[in-house]
Write a protein that binds this ligand. Structure first.
Ligand code: FAD
Length: 473
């Protein structure tokens, strides 16, 4: 059977289903082809389940510290199966929400594995999708425009194949039925540091290994150092500039063992489990790209600023195009693609406007570029830096570690970037992103009235600090 439609979306993750909704809102007839569950990685194996676990871990850590707030709570018991049950309840509720949205917008869901086909009797152009169902039956979807949103999967180190018992990726770690006594985490990027934070808050002995000379290698050095200091204070063993040697991996007495190098030094590392968090690889194989002229670049689908591939009627969005592999980047790319293909007002996608959030304790968030990146581009910068210890609400919260750094172009006064480490950083960064989008200067942000006492005051203070006018530091 052949189904024709205006827009077909291959992959129903965050990028795909948001793109589908916007296309339906613009009056398009839309089909989503999904081989697994609507919601994709973010909902089932990423953002939502990991943040649910992080919230339990944060609460547990705070309750252990409740005496400092004058609350004697007695002995605490962590019931990990209940933690997992709560996590799954949240995922299931949101999954139902996505299904409801599809019905509301009359988006047709085709549950099967899709593969793009070349020009054929169905369509003179490539971009039709052959869908294979679990029972082996086939169907062909022929859209005017195709959006590829097939996402990504954990990158694996050769020789360290996840077995769900000793070697895990975040996919398996999210399904743990009980906590290990200790864990060795390879990779100190976003996923690695989030797991280090949450597991150490749950009382697991954590060793975190990063090959670069700082955690979160893409982020500001001061921020990364502050995060390292805070995690170390909580007992996380952090090794930077260290590369593991996968060929030395062995299991001895039910513990994993692996050698590593730090410069000339050889290290022997071990733990009850090994978590690999070394990035994510695009799902671009076996989806029929060889039947099209869609180009790849370093393993990701190549697109322009409107998400068009090298075949202009085929778009690609989300983790499969690389860049910032974040859920809100995927959905924003989806909106950009749909607005463009539908001829609606369409803004070119700008990665510099996408906030990057890390849900560790303390949280890290940033938008735009760092002072170092600005200087590398030959720009002169003014920097405003304010510690959370200067903010009354941070003291009330009992979380005074960290700071906000605002980087402005010394010549144009444009905000180039904002970096935050500290309480509710992932909420605060939204103000910086909005200010950047609206082209506000630090002086203009400094004129806004921030309620007292709020953590948001730190954004106003950092803006004033750019011109040396901070009032509370
Ligand atoms: P996906 O969500 O991966 O969806 C792709 C979909 O395509 C899947 O459902 C898949 O089944 C389907 N598919 C693939 N191939 C086919 C095919 N041939 N036929 C049919 N269907 C197919 N991002 C954040 O912004 N915030 C966070 O806090 C955050 N936390 C994360 C934590 C973890 C542990 C991980 C792993 C990721 C996290 N991310 C986070 C990243 C976020 O999950 C991804 O950026 C986001 O899911 C990408 O969306 P997507 O639509 O591109 O792909």
């Amino acid at each position: 059977m052949t189904i024709t439609c205006d827009v077909a979306v291959l992959g129903g993750g965050t990028g795909g289903y948001i793109a589908a909704i916007r296309a339906a809102q613009l009056g398009k007839e839309v089909v989503i082809i999904e081989q697994d569950k609507l919601g994709g990685t973010c909902l089932h194996r990423g953002c939502i389940p990991s943040k649910a676990l992080l919230r339990s871990a944060e609460l547990y850590a705070q309750m252990k510290d409740s005496a400092s707030f004058g609350i004697e709570a007695g002995e605490l018991t962590l019931v990990f199966p209940k933690v997992q049950e709560r996590k799954q309840g949240i995922v299931d509720q949101l999954h139902k929400g996505v299904q409801y949205l599809m019905r509301k917008h009359k988006i047709r869901i085709i549950e099967g594995k899709g593969r793009v086909i070349g020009p054929s009797i169905f369509s003179p152009k490539s971009g039709a999708v052959a869908v294979e169902f679990a029972d082996g039956e086939m169907e062909t979807v022929v859209p005017t425009n195709l959006i590829i949103a097939t996402g990504s999967r954990p990158r694996i180190l050769p020789g360290l194949t996840p077995d769900g018992i000793h070697i895990l990726t975040s996919d398996e770690a999210l399904q743990l039925e009980e906590l290990p006594g200790s864990i060795l985490i390879i990779g100190g990027g976003v996923i690695g540091v989030e797991w280090a934070s949450l597991l150490s808050d749950f009382g697991v002995e954590v060793t975190l290994v990063e090959a670069a000379d700082q955690l979160l290698p893409a982020e500001d050095k001061d921020v990364a150092h502050e995060l390292q200091k805070q995690l170390q204070r909580r007992g996380v063993n952090i090794l930077t500039g260290v590369s593991v040697e996968p060929e030395t991996y062995a299991i001895k007495g039910n513990r994993v063992q692996i050698s590593a190098r730090q410069g000339e030094d050889k290290l022997e590392l071990s733990g009850d489990k090994l978590l690999i968090s070394v990035g994510r690889q695009a799902n671009v194989e076996n989806i029929g790209l060889e039947n099209t002229d869609v180009g790849l670049e370093r393993g990701f689908i190549r697109v322009n600023e409107y998400m068009q591939t090298t075949e202009p009627h085929i778009y690609a969005i989300g983790d499969c195009i690389g860049g910032l592999q974040l859920a809100h980047a995927a959905s924003h790319e989806g909106l950009t693609a749909v607005n463009h293909l539908a001829g609606a007002t369409s803004y070119a996608y700008q990665e510099s406007q996408v906030p990057r959030c890390v849900y560790t304790r303390p949280e890290v968030a940033s938008v735009g570029i760092t002072a170092k990146e600005a200087k590398d581009k030959g720009l002169k910068v003014n920097i405003g830096k304010v510690p959370f210890s200067a903010i009354g609400k941070a003291l009330v919260h009992g979380e005074t570690e960290g700071f906000v750094k605002m980087v402005a172009d010394a010549q144009t006064n444009d905000i180039l970037g904002v970096q935050i480490i500290g309480p509710h950083a992932t909420e605060l960064i939204g103000q910086a992103a909005l200010a950047q989008l609206l082209d506000a200067t630090p002086w203009e942000i400094g004129q806004a009235v921030f309620a007292h006492p709020t953590l948001a005051e730190i954004i106003g203070e950092a803006a004033l600090a750019v011109d040396g006018q901070s009032l509370n530091t």
